[in-house]
Design a protein around this ligand. Structure first.
Ligand code: BDR
Ligand code: CA
Length: 315
């Protein structure tokens, strides 16, 4: 089984990413790191513990990550994130207080140890800012060539972004960190808005979870219905909610869900296009450093997503 670590700012689609990884038969989820974005870093860790408990996956350890970007002193959750994910990050749904606590080791040290231990068997899926990974690369640069694959949800090859005309939220939280990751020797796959905004879930699917009449099915239906309602206000043209983060987990497991384009990319960390992920044509002669997902087989992915999550929620 492939060893997987998730690095999440646990909001609603991050919670779906947890479910996808827990439900995937060929994945050994060895830990979840927390990040900031949809919620603060401690809340993200707490949400991950609650979601794991809801899914009966109480053997997956949770590690707290960096609380803000390397270039700022402080992080405040944006009003728009609260509108989309709810103030608690999980759609204002109350899940029981976790029976377990977070681990004492930091997320960054956990990642470094795991890279040394598992090497190319390790897949990392960050679906929040890249601050933890950049900090780990700074502390232990050798992990860049040890880790088998890093598949991120983040960025947008095509504009517009979702927090500015150019930038996607996760990259925008810490463009310096993202640039350090993109320009490192790490094996990187980018699952950005180009494909995630085309991979949508509707109330038809959440209703089928509710109809299972299990706690996990009902709670996930409540959480995701909040997200679908928020999308009706913020993105009425989409007719559903974007499966940003669980798509990255799906691609990490089965890259054939997407078509990728090899590019030499960097991340703009200053000026009006701060946070833009750029495949610079002037660098086309440079070796490529990112596989960018540019097309997605939505139907096949959605089928796999539903088979996986429905099987998990039935238990
Ligand atoms: C990304 O930003 C977060 O709000 C979501 O969880 C997702 O990871 C989409 O831009
Ligand atoms: Ca996220």
């Amino acid at each position: 089984k492939r060893k997987m670590i998730l690095d999440l700012d646990t909001g609603i689609d991050d919670s779906l990413a947890i479910a996808y990884a827990v439900g995937a038969p060929d994945v050994d989820l060895i830990g979840i790191m927390s990040s900031y974005g949809n919620v603060l870093v401690d809340q993200a860790a707490d949400n991950s513990l609650r979601i794991l408990e809801l899914l009966g996956a109480t053997d997956v350890p949770v590690f707290v990550g960096e609380p803000h970007s390397s270039t700022t002193e402080h992080f405040d959750v944006m009003a728009i994130s609260q509108q989309i994910h709810g103030k608690n990050g999980i759609g204002e749904v109350a899940l029981p207080k976790p029976k377990r606590a977070v681990e004492t080791q930091s997320a960054v040290d956990f990642l470094i140890d795991a890279a040394h231990k598992y090497g190319s068997d390790l897949t990392l899926v960050p679906t929040g800012p890249l601050t933890n990974l950049a900090a780990a690369l700074k502390k232990a640069p050798e992990i860049a060539t040890e880790i088998g694959n890093v598949t991120i949800m983040g960025g947008a090859l095509t504009v517009p972004g979702n927090v500015s005309h150019f930038a996607e939220a996760n990259i925008n939280q810490d463009a310096e960190a993202a640039n350090a990751v993109f320009t490192s020797p790490i094996h990187l796959t980018m699952v950005g808005l180009d494909v995630t905004l085309r991979t949508l879930l509707t109330t038809t699917e959440t209703k089928s979870w509710r109809d299972l009449q299990t706690t996990a099915g009902e709670k996930f239906a409540d959480i995701v219905d909040y997200y679908i309602d928020a999308y009706k206000v913020t993105s009425p043209h989409l007719h559903g909610c974007a499966l940003h983060d669980p798509l990255a987990v799906g691609v990490a497991i089965d890259p054939s869900f997407v078509t990728t384009f090899d590019l030499n990319m960097f991340v703009q960390a200053e000026g009006e296009d701060y946070g833009r992920t750029i495949g610079d044509p002037a660098r086309l002669k440079e070796p490529t450093n990112v596989k960018v997902a540019i097309n997605v087989d939505q139907d096949r992915y959605l089928q796999a997503f539903m088979d996986n999550l429905t099987g998990l929620f039935k238990k």
